[in-house]
Design a protein around this ligand. Sequence first.
Ligand SMILES: Nc1ncnc2c1ncn2[C@@H]1O[C@H](COP(=O)(O)OP(=O)(O)OP(=O)(O)O)[C@@H](O)[C@H]1O
Ligand SMILES: [Mg+2]
Length: 312
Amino acid sequence: MKIATLTMNPAIDKSSAVTQVVAEWKLRCEPPEYEPGGGGINVSRAIQKLGGESAAFYAAGGLAGRMLSDLLDREGLQHRAMSIAGVTRENFTVLEKSTGRQYRFGMPGPTLNEAEWRQCLEKISGLLPQADYLVASGRLPPGVPANFYGRLAKLAREHNTRLIVDTSGEPLRLAVAEGVFLIKPNLREFAELMGRESVDGLEEERLARELVSANKCEVVVVSLGAAGVLVASAEGAERVRAPLVPIISKVGAGDSTVAGIVLALARGQSWREAVRFGVAAGAAAVMTPGTELCRREDVERLYEQLMKRGSS
Ligand SMILES: Nc1ncnc2c1ncn2[C@@H]1O[C@H](COP(=O)(O)OP(=O)(O)OP(=O)(O)O)[C@@H](O)[C@H]1O
Ligand SMILES: [Mg+2]
């Protein structure tokens, strides 16, 4: 197993549609659709769409937890639930057909107790010897200490597993303090990590290089939305502009970017190629409706374009 993903706070994303959302009325919705969700799980799904393999590990409990496992089975994904007493969360999205507005209801995850999150760490620790890359993605659920990804970083280092962390706030800061292989914050998350209100232009490059030279991250990929990414590593810093694509839904862009980068690296491709494959996957995710991730044929076409463009 080359790539493993970890989702501490997965979800079932339930979606439906109704003509009009009105308070007090009984709203007759269309038959709901169910999709597995959560950072690491989405990265695993995007890797699969790109023709690659990974194993998804996640904390899950209750009926919704079982349903999540069932949904992942149906997608043919390699996965393993780490069992918890709480019930896996369900998010709910309703499309109001008369206006095209989307109402998105997010739920907090179940609270994990200390024995549970310690057990998750132990299980992950047991699989690290077989994993070249571990992608820890998403927010931590209530009860899990902010230094959880930091603890994971220590374990990953002991096993020579390259840890990729995609999260925000204190959990990201503490993971970086411990030292990780790669982070992929967006500009807002990156500014927060660096203790700034905002960062711009040349400053983001200098700050990303600083993180690398302080040995806190081997690679920093700051995602800049439609502008693409800024990558900093020991080899220097580079900006890769995103291709111009029709914007249908931005959901899943970040997860697809991470999936593209880690899959290309696990396949032994160069940095230059991996970053472009990630940018292509992120742009391809923007072209697909709703929560749909990236489509392989879009990614491959955009990747060819980016490789032809030369540097920048
Ligand atoms: N409008 C766009 N056009 C082309 N590519 C885009 C666009 N928006 C995002 N991307 C691609 O997707 C990548 C990730 O997007 P973004 O920077 O918005 O990440 P994010 O904020 O982490 O997203 P998410 O909300 O999915 O976590 C970008 O670096 C870029 O390559
Ligand atoms: Mg993100």
